[in-house]
Every structure is written in C-alpha cells, then in structure tokens.
Design a protein around this ligand. Structure first.
Ligand SMILES: C[S@@+](CC[C@H](N)C(=O)[O-])C[C@H]1O[C@@H](n2cnc3c(N)ncnc32)[C@H](O)[C@@H]1O
Length: 296
C-alpha cells in the first residue's frame, strides 16, 4: 500500500490533475498540512476522510523535527495498511512540507511505499497569470525573498515568499530589475492581485510571489520578423538579406510577408532547429522518429 504525495495546484479546485483527483477520491485518508490545502482538498474529498497534521510555523529545528516525527508516526501505519495521500499546494517537490515528511518517513519507516503526483506549481502558473513568456533559450531562476530580502544575480527570477513587497522591491529596483507581483494566483480563496506597484501589497500575505527581470535584457524573438507594419507588401530581390531571387528560393507566404531561404534558415536557427530539420525523421536521440516536431 502507498503514501501518495499529491500536488493540488495553485488553489482552484479544477487545476488539480486528473491523476491527483483519482488518488484523492480513493485514498483511505487524505492528510493536509494547512488550512488552505485542506480547503482545496475538501472540494474532492468528504470531510470524514481528511486527516490534519500539525506543522508549526517556526524555524526552531528541534520543534520541527518533533512535528515531522509525529506526523510520520501517524501516517506510516495507515500507509502500510492502505492507501493514504498527503496534499500540498502547487507541487510536492517545490518548496514543500512534503519533502520533510518524505525524508522523515524514509528515515524511520523505510518500508512505506511512496509515490508523488506532480501538481501545477506556482513556478509555472505565475507565467500565465502575469502574462510572462519564458522563451526558448532564456534562463529562469527560483529564489526566496522572505522578510523583505532582495536576491539578485540571474537575468530572470521567480521570487517566492514575498512577505514584504515594498522592501523587496526597493532592493530589486536598485539592482536594475523590472518587477511584477502576483498574489493568490489561480486561487479561489482570497483576492487575486497582479501588479507592478508594491504599495498595493502593503498588507502581508504569504501567497505572494514576484517575477523579476533585468531591465537591460534585450530580447527579440524570431517572430519579431512577423511584424508586418515595417514591411511593404511587395518583396524585391533588393529587400532580401542576401539579394537572392526569392522566386527560386525555398519561400513561404505568411501574413503577406515572404521569406527567402536565408531568412527562413535564420528564423529556424533562432528557434533551435538549424537546417530546418525539426520535423525530419532522423531516428537519433535528439530528434523524433515519427516526423513530428519535438515538443519544447
Ligand atoms: C512554500 S512555497 C510552496 C510552493 C508550492 N509547493 C508550489 O509548487 O507552488 C509557498 C510560496 O509559493 C508561492 N505561491 C504558492 N502558491 C501561490 C499562488 N497561488 N499565488 C501566488 N504565489 C503562490 C508564494 O510565494 C508562497 O510564499
């Protein structure tokens, strides 16, 4: 029998995965570490099957170890006799209480079988909520910014635990970042706020994150070439970068804009498929064997 760590997603009940929902509906007991995860779990599980575990909000490691040991002692026998679930908001492997429980179970109850059902994490949900696209080739780092901290360094960062947005903002702006905030994203409980004004977030709310991007980043995507406003309908030899005859080249029509073979090659390189063979049937490890483009 099994202990399932189930990611609930950011908070809206219908962002739980199909697999996660199936586990919640069949588990003998569904443990939740906090009020919010309990509320989300209750959308899928009757109250009598919910078990509460107490994880104190403290940095005192001794107290925390005691709480994890007691939680593991409660969960382990039930996970040996049947199937139980432990839910976390987002994903169980991203800054989550489940990690502590898993390590404690591993240490004291190594016979318990364990499986994890990933969830929609704030790591990905933030992008849709804040209208951010992490483009192919771009880096993205995760940091914590509790108590007004302003970690800096990477070009793009998601900052978790933004509990003092004005203080965090000050440090980030001084270090040359543009910053956007998201509070209670895709959450039914409480008010969702997305803003780049930290004074709107004066009130402390643990479910707040920030996306910080260096001001100096000069990102021009390959699709900038689709901006037809700068291009007349007619394309002549003189317009093409290599002066080649587009009529003879490998051209395509896209929104009235024609591309020469050289332009196409440049676009494809920028998208990471040099040679234009993303769809080719290579049969090697880097290319699909079905002729279908790799998913990115
Ligand atoms: C302990 S971490 C848990 C992360 C979670 N396991 C996940 O994968 O999304 C808690 C932090 O995640 C961020 N967070 C989680 N859910 C959020 C949401 N729905 N909206 C905004 N921030 C969220 C906040 O920064 C919060 O302080």
């Amino acid at each position: 029998m099994t202990l399932y760590g189930v990611g609930l997603g950011p908070g809206e009940a219908d962002l739980v995965t199909v697999r996660g929902k199936e586990i919640l509906e069949t588990a003998d007991v569904v443990y939740s570490p906090g009020r919010l995860s309990r509320t989300v779990a209750l959308e899928h599980v009757p109250e009598e099957r919910i078990g509460d575990l107490d994880f104190p909000m403290t940095k005192d490691e001794e107290k925390l170890r005691t709480a994890w040991t007691e939680a593991a002692a409660e969960v382990a026998p039930k996970a040996t006799a049947g199937d139980v679930a432990f839910v976390t908001l987002g994903d169980p492997n991203v800054y989550s209480t489940f990690g502590h429980l898993r390590r404690t179970i591993d240490a004291f109850h190594p016979d318990v079988d364990l499986e994890i059902v990933p969830g929609v994490s704030a790591v990905t949900a933030f992008a849709t909520a804040l209208g951010v696209e992490i483009e192919a080739g771009a880096g993205l780092s995760l940091r914590e910014a509790a108590a007004g901290h302003s970690p800096t360094g990477p070009d793009r960062m998601i900052l978790f635990k933004v509990t003092d947005a004005p203080a965090t903002h000050e440090g980030l702006v001084a270090a040359g970042y543009d910053v956007t905030y998201g509070r209670r994203l895709f959450m039914e409980q409480g008010e969702t706020v997305t803003t780049d004004d930290p004074t709107e977030l004066d009130e402390r709310d643990y479910y707040t994150l920030a996306y910080a991007e260096k001001e100096s980043l000069d990102v021009e995507s390959a699709t900038a070439a689709f901006d037809t406003s700068a291009v007349s309908g007619e394309t002549t030899d003189a317009d093409t970068p290599d002066g080649s005859d587009t009529a003879d080249a490998n051209v395509r029509s896209d929104g009235g804009r024609e591309f020469s073979a050289a332009e196409l090659a440049a676009l494809e390189r920028a998208e990471g498929c040099a040679g234009g063979d993303c769809n080719a049937d290579h049969g090697d490890a880097n290319h699909g064997t079905t002729g279908v483009a790799d998913e990115r």
